[in-house]
Design a protein around this ligand. Sequence first.
Ligand code: C2E
Ligand code: CA
Ligand code: CA
Length: 638
Amino acid sequence: MLFRTNAIDDRVRKILVANLYTKPGTLVTGAANGILAALIAASYTTIPLIFETAVILSVIGVLRVVMAIVLPRLMKRSTKWLELLYELGAFSYCFAVGVLGGMTIYFGLPAAAQLLVTCYAIGYGSGMSSRNAGRPTIAVGGMVLTFAPICVALWLVGDLASRALAVAIVIAFLGMMSIAFQIFRTLRDSVAAAETSARLAEKMQVLARTDVVTNLLNRAGLNHFLVEHLSRRNQSPNLALFWFDLDKFKEVNDALGHQTGDRVLCEMAQRLRSQAKPDAVIGRFGGDEFILACDVRDRREAEAIALALLGEISRPLRIDQHRLEVGCSMGIALYPEDGADIETLMQGADLALYHAKVNGRNQASFFDPSMTRDLVRRREIEAELRLAVQRDELSIFFQPIVDLATGKIRAFEALVRWFHPEKGELRPDEFIPVAEETGAIITLGNWITAQAARAAAQWPDDVTVAVNLSPLQIKAPGAALGILSALREARLPPHRLELEITETVLLDHSKQTEDFMAELSAAGVRFALDDFGTGYSSLGYLNKYPFGKIKVDRSFVSGINAGAKSDAIIRAVSEMASRLGMEIVAEGLETVEQVKTVRAAGCTLGQGYYFSRAVPDYLAGMLLTQERDQLNPKRAAG
Ligand code: C2E
Ligand code: CA
Ligand code: CA
């Protein structure tokens, strides 16, 4: 049991062995004392053996000092060899001291010489036992080798006092041995405890920096490594920071559950790892956002990497029986041109990501300083939008929707306008998304519906009003009730209100949306599918939800999509719409040719600058009166 010191952990052992070599100063004084004592003792006698032993002892003493200084530098890693060489030096020196002491007694040198060497030997043996308590083999072995020759010599001398001294030395040895072991155990346990807590702390740190779902770095880990990465770059090449956001992750999560969502995240992490350079830093920044940073030569290389990453992420993936396509948007910022520190660089990449998302997703955007200006404007809009209603800066304009067969106004679409005292007229495309992002759209939307209903109540009974609804408005608690009470307050029958919603609202197949539409449509409110042709253009929704109208997006009429192909699409959709008893509206009609084309393709209704822009409510009223007067000249005359 006593010698089971090898059972200790390698790391603890390493520390204990390294300890042997610390403070070589004690070795130097020990050796200097020993050499001096040996040479003085040798000078008392002519016996060659004593002289030779003194010389050997001196040589070993000097060698040990040299070894203690040189070896740890030469053999940093080899704990085994360090320990062995130390043992060899210690044992041979101890034995030389012991033998010299024994010889001064055995050969009867003058008492002073005997006393000098023996005292040194006993002192050295005891001293080394405590110095080497970290390696008890050395402590005990050293003591035995020092004390044994002296005890043997004392015993051989044979007188009572000498033998009593021999016995006393043995007893002292046993005491010292037990003390050495006690020190060893205390030392070993405290070193081991310190080691364990150091390792625990290391593990905790790793855990604190790791994302549990994907095993990538988390936000804290990313920050740490990015700061370190930047501080380490000496020749300073460019660094590219790619910030991703999965495009349809929320839908996947909502539709298929969190477990599937987590598997998608893991798969994406795996793809990033396999695609990235070996020195890239990759992490998940909460939710469905990932960050990858790596060295690049220039912007072109960053572009190539971005394309490869986009391609990899957008590859369809299969989870159980589901085949999923999760695209991603990406913002890229370059070091040092877009930011000299991590914080600025991250802000840049975040802004660029935002830009990529707004621009239609599944694309990458490089940071550009103008994005900061856009953001500032957005923040201003966000702050001022809250006050806009109170300050009476918002108003609702109405754009007629015209029957293409008769030219009569069948409805007006309510379009919100913001006349800002300093910025001038703000387009809804600019502030509606901000209102959606901040949630302000719910209050704003309620206000718009109420205003629109109030205006429509003044129109003839056969003219309806169409109001645009944002997804968030539909998901707000009590949304349907709010709309019905606005209708009651305005005294507008529900069938004269039409709600325009886009396909994105239906994507998640949520129960809330279904209930909302069912409740309102039971009360008589109508629904139109807005911006048809811009999203997935899934015809499945037309059957599933109570739509009475499809609005074909204006890009099919006057935009980049217009042409023979879009005619064919409009034709197909209007054919189906008429079979389902729905009406089809062509948006964005600006010329008489366009009107003719869409009418020929089967559209029943039209809307666009050709007929009229959106106008204030009193002008909408005037348009209606004018129209009725033309159709009914008698009334006009009267
Ligand atoms: P939208 O629902 O597709 O509305 C039609 C947009 O096309 C309107 O732009 C309208 O002014 C414009 N437009 C109409 N005829 C023509 C034409 O012949 N040529 C061209 N180039 N454009 C035409 P506006 O008013 O700027 O609204 C933009 C979008 O903002 C709307 O698109 C709608 O998505 C949103 N929006 C507007 N008002 C509201 C609102 O009260 N509530 C909500 N939630 N969204 C609104
Ligand atoms: Ca609309
Ligand atoms: Ca539209």
